[in-house]
Design a protein around this ligand. Structure first.
Ligand code: GLN
Length: 209
């Protein structure tokens, strides 16, 4: 038996997330099978889910029209882990500050899209992230990244900040990052979201640590 993972695959960097999930699972002695989610009916079988970066307006539109959005909400309501990155974080937030994004409201945060500016459209930063298995900075890749606001008003806990702005949060089984943890070989963020979050339920497999 192995875990079943899903990567919401209506748009964005899907294969990279699938590979990162496989690396993180292996590091935690889990077997995993990863499905790409492009239609409704698959999420209910998933033990863990990733919602990638891309364009938040497009991802939001497609997951609602395909009937995937309510399944993602049910997944989180059942306590199963979700990692939402960049555009995925915007869609998972409770306030995307953009009428074209129909938010899922899974993280009590507001976001400011493209907050790190044009000039720095893409950069890598060594981030201190709370809860990682060791103290090595995480090499975080930011691409037209959002910043996270209004953390104080809800239950989200800040895991990392850059330029004094939160860029990673956790709320129960949901971890959201403004950066792209799937774009580096370092799978510690996937490990943190899926296998080291005590607030998230993942079936224990024989031999898993
Ligand atoms: N700027 C994009 C948005 O607002 C997100 C960019 C990304 O996911 N890399 O949807």
């Amino acid at each position: 038996m192995s875990l079943t993972a899903g990567v919401v695959a209506v748009q964005g960097d899907v294969e990279e997330h699938a590979a990162a999930i496989e690396r993180a699972a292996q590091a935690h002695n889990y077997d995993v099978t990863v499905h790409e989610i492009r239609e409704s009916g698959l999420v209910p079988d998933c033990d863990l889910l990733a919602m990638p970066g891309g364009e938040s307006t497009t991802i939001s539109r497609l997951i609602h029209s395909d009937g995937i959005a309510p399944e993602i909400r049910d997944h989180v309501d059942a306590g199963k882990p979700l990692l939402a990155t960049c555009a995925g974080l915007i869609v998972a937030s409770s306030d995307p500050n953009d009428d074209r994004v129909d938010e899922l409201g899974l993280l009590d945060v507001a976001v400011e899209r493209n907050a790190f500016g044009r000039q720095r459209d893409s950069f890598e930063a060594p981030l201190a992230v709370d809860g990682l298995a060791d103290d090595e900075p995480y090499p975080a890749v930011f691409i037209r990244a959002p910043a996270i606001d209004d953390v104080e008003s809800g239950d989200a806990e800040v895991l990392a900040a850059w330029d004094d702005r939160p860029v990673a949060v956790r709320q129960g089984p949901v971890v959201g990052t403004a950066f792209h943890p799937e774009l580096t070989p370092d799978s510690r963020i996937h490990g943190l979201a899926f296998f080291e979050n005590e607030a998230a339920d993942v079936p224990t497999l024989e031999g898993a640590k």
